[in-house]
Design a protein around this ligand. Structure first.
Ligand code: MRU
Length: 360
């Protein structure tokens, strides 16, 4: 019997070999293929091509990518070391624009590099390795805490609906939106999870339905356009989704198709929760209007997953990878520091202040 997908690390550094090993998420669930990334280009491509994806996992990958870039720089001159790190940071940061965890992780790594000058280049590289490992370890604990807070909102036997993959594969363990499902499973909650297939890249069908089934959770796969009916039938007690960037006013960018779920949830009186680590909260971005939404190739809509092309040649395609759910449609945002309720401008500022105080 093959290894359970949940036993794999989404991202793993083999430091002695200077290799970053990821599970190629474009091959799941049919094939569990490990990719060994060594160059900056390979790491960039793995993020761009969604071989590794999901906001926290992208952040962890970028942190290790930054460390590997630093490791390759052969100089004793600290200013040269810093100067050569800058383009590496910008390059990795250009792989995907919407998930703030990418720039968050790179900025955190860059800060460590800038603050380690007194130690010299060799010791600074060790500090960067420790920081990247810390980002990964914190991600596990963060997801676990999000899961505990999320579970406090749920009752045994609940029907839950989720979108895209905010699962273990999108993080270092547990996932964000799925963390409460995993903890509930361990504690006998017997949730019924409806999982949107998530057009066009099918992260829900290929990844979430897969990892939840592997965990023994009762999961039902639906097409995205079935979610409103499932809610109308009364089968959903709460919607739990992940997030790529929360603006300071609580507007939240997540996988395209999240906004219609929030609208339907409001219509049918179902609470709609966004699960977001504070690394996904971007207090520099005032509202959803300022969030850069990634546009992706038309072939993802017209050709991919079909035996043959399913759209007329040359038809215009609009393929945004994310949408923004307006803050007033979000019942609460579940972070690792607690559950944040409207008005978000105040509550998010307060939780970020609390985090800053604890980090000191
Ligand atoms: O394009 P993807 O697959 O990276 O999109 C992922 C999502 O939208 C997730 O919900 C989000 O990154 C949160 S992952 C914990």
């Amino acid at each position: 019997m093959g290894q359970n997908i949940l036993d794999y690390e989404t991202v793993a550094l083999q430091d002695e070999a200077s290799v970053l090993v990821i599970v190629d998420q474009t091959r799941l669930p049919n094939e569990t293929r490990l990719l060994r990334l060594t160059t900056q280009k390979e790491i960039w491509q793995a993020i761009y091509l969604l071989q590794v994806r999901g906001a926290p996992a992208i952040g962890v990958t970028a942190a290790y990518g930054f460390y590997l870039a630093a490791k390759e720089i052969n100089t004793e001159d600290y200013q040269e070391f810093l100067a050569r790190l800058q383009p590496a940071k910008e390059y990795l940061n250009s792989a995907r624009p919407t998930a703030v965890n990418l720039s968050w992780a790179l900025n955190r790594m860059h800060r460590v590099a800038r603050c380690s000058e007194a130690l010299g280049v060799a010791a600074a590289k060790q500090c960067l390795l420790r920081e990247a490992r810390a980002i990964q370890a914190e991600d596990i604990e963060t997801c676990r805490r999000i899961g505990e807070y999320g579970l406090s909102l749920l009752k045994p036997g609940y029907g839950l609906l989720t979108h895209c993959n905010a699962g273990q594969l999108a993080t270092s363990k547990y996932g964000t939106a799925t963390a409460s499902m995993y903890l509930g499973q361990q504690r006998g909650y017997h949730f019924h999870v409806y999982c949107d297939e998530t057009r066009p890249l099918l992260q829900g069908a290929r990844l979430t339905a897969f990892e939840l089934s592997e965990a023994g959770i009762d999961v039902t796969l639906i097409c995205d356009n079935m979610a409103a009916s499932v809610m109308k039938n009364g089968w959903v007690n709460a919607v739990f989704t992940g997030c790529d960037r929360v603006a300071a006013n609580g507007d939240a960018a997540n996988k395209i198709g999240t906004l219609p779920l929030a609208i339907a949830a409001r219509r049918f009186g179902v609470p709609f929760y966004i699960c977001a680590p504070t690394s996904t909260v971007d207090m520099e971005t005032g509202s959803g209007e300022a969030i850069h939404i990634e546009q992706r190739p038309p072939e993802e809509v017209t050709d991919m997953w079909y035996r043959e092309r399913m759209a007329p040649e040359h038809v215009k395609v609009y393929n945004p990878a994310f949408d923004v759910t307006d803050a007033d449609l979000i019942t609460a945002i579940i972070t690792e520091y607690g559950i944040v309720y409207p008005p978000y401008t105040q509550s998010l500022a307060a939780i970020m202040k609390q985090k800053a105080a604890q980090d000191k």
